[in-house]
Ligand binder design. Structure first.
Ligand SMILES: C[S@@+](CC[C@H](N)C(=O)[O-])C[C@H]1O[C@@H](n2cnc3c(N)ncnc32)[C@H](O)[C@@H]1O
Length: 391
């Protein structure tokens, strides 16, 4: 029998046995988000053990509060550009343990009191176990119930109701992806079957016309054997976010690329990876439900999906430039130059690491094109975001 969390392996195996092979995206959805047994959903494993130094992977907010401080500073400028509305709403989607929320709330409270007094912070989190972890992290502010609220789905937020900022850090890379491969038959999709107690992959025709049409939009000169991932879920999510916003910004941080880079002919094996106890490998059928799975984000398609719903692309940059634009270099200069704290913060800026792997896409709605400090340095220009076929 395939290794992993036994009840989850049994649940996926029983779906496959009943319906036949499932697209890889469905397998990933169940492995991460099966309502009872999925990696992010199970209450049994303390949430803190998934994300963080003792867990399977860490994120920027585990490293240093500097990203939260930068986001608070950026939110304060956005607030002024929007005419200091009351409330100014921040919607954080997929907040993990809630550390980034803690850093943003703390920085706003101490440095931006005018914003803090009008702030409403909404956390969108589909996992009850992660919501519990977030409640624990945000305990210092829970005596102000109007300040922080939770929803499990954006659908609970009325359309066109938000003025403020909707943002996410490392959410989109955790959405289930379709995996495709070029074969002698054309472009085929990876489907998951269950045979002799093991999950196995098969290459079969594409599971939907929508996937085929998206692949046509990307355009490709890939050769046989080329593998990559398509995140259709991200496009639906962007549509949802755009429709919730009345006036304001969408800010998405994640590891990813323009479509041109992500789908370049050199990147033959795609970007799909699994994380368990800080080890990285490519086998989704090992430790099913006991490991995270991710794929890099196609920021061009996200920008286009937003534009189709009335968002305008404000700019696209990397995390290093975003942090520098918001003055984080000066902030670091104020720290003890030999402190472990400085070493940790610098990790988020490193040009050969987190500083450039992570990208930042900003979109806006209901206002003239704004000049944002976080986008002062833009190594990627607007045209670089256009999809390959349109480029
Ligand atoms: C990798 S973690 C995010 C880490 C976190 N933002 C940080 O900065 O540390 C992904 C989170 O998104 C949540 N999630 C996944 N899909 C979601 C969705 N559609 N809506 C809301 N939350 C979602 C997961 O349960 C998990 O808490």
């Amino acid at each position: 029998m395939s290794a992993g969390y036994p009840e989850l392996v049994a649940a996926i195996a029983s779906e496959v046995t009943a319906s036949g092979p499932i697209p890889f995206a469905r397998f990933m959805e169940l492995a991460l988000y099966h309502p009872a047994f999925g990696y992010y959903m199970r209450p049994s494993k303390p949430a803190a053990e998934r994300i963080g130094w003792k867990g399977d992977f860490y994120t920027s907010s585990d490293v240093h509060p500097i990203l939260g401080h930068a986001l608070a500073k950026q939110a304060e400028q956005m607030d002024r550009l929007l005419g200091q509305p009351s409330p100014f709403t921040i919607v954080e989607m997929g907040p993990g343990k809630g550390l980034l929320a803690r850093h943003i709330l703390s920085a706003s409270q101490h440095h931006y009191p005018s914003l803090f007094h009008r702030l409403r912070y909404v956390l969108t989190e589909r996992s009850p176990a992660m919501r519990e972890a977030q409640r624990h992290t945000l305990a210092p502010w829970l005596d102000r119930p109007e300040l922080i609220t939770w929803v499990d789905d954006l659908a609970h937020i009325p359309p066109h109701s938000l003025t403020g900022l909707c943002f996410s850090n490392e959410l989109v890379d955790s959405f289930p992806v379709h995996r495709i491969q070029v074969t002698a038959q054309g472009i085929e999709e990876l489907w998951v079957d269950y045979q002799d107690g093991q999950f196995v992959e098969h290459l079969k025709p594409l599971s939907s016309d929508r996937l085929a049409s998206h692949l046509r939009q990307i355009g490709s000169d890939w050769t046989e054997g080329y593998r990559t991932e398509i995140n259709l879920h991200a496009l639906d999510w962007m549509t949802d976010v755009a429709q919730r916003l009345n006036r304001g910004f969408v800010l998405t941080i994640d590891y990813g690329h323009t479509a041109q880079d992500l789908y370049s002919t050199d990147r033959k094996r795609g970007t799909f990876l699994c994380y368990r106890q800080h080890a990285v490998h490519e086998d989704p059928f090992l430790h099913v439900g006991e490991q995270d799975m991710t794929a890099h984000v196609d920021f061009s398609s996200l920008a286009t999906a937003g534009e189709e719903q009335g968002l305008q692309t404000t700019g696209f940059t990397n995390q290093m430039s975003f942090l520098m634009g918001l003055g984080m270099e000066q902030m670091l200069a104020g720290l003890d130059q030999n402190s472990p704290e400085l070493t940790a913060a610098i990790q988020l800026l490193k040009p050969n690491g987190m500083g450039t792997t992570f990208k930042v896409l900003v979109q806006h709605k209901g206002m003239p094109h704004p000049d944002l400090d976080g986008l002062r340095y833009k190594p990627f220009f607007r045209s670089a975001l256009t999809t390959r076929s349109a480029a």
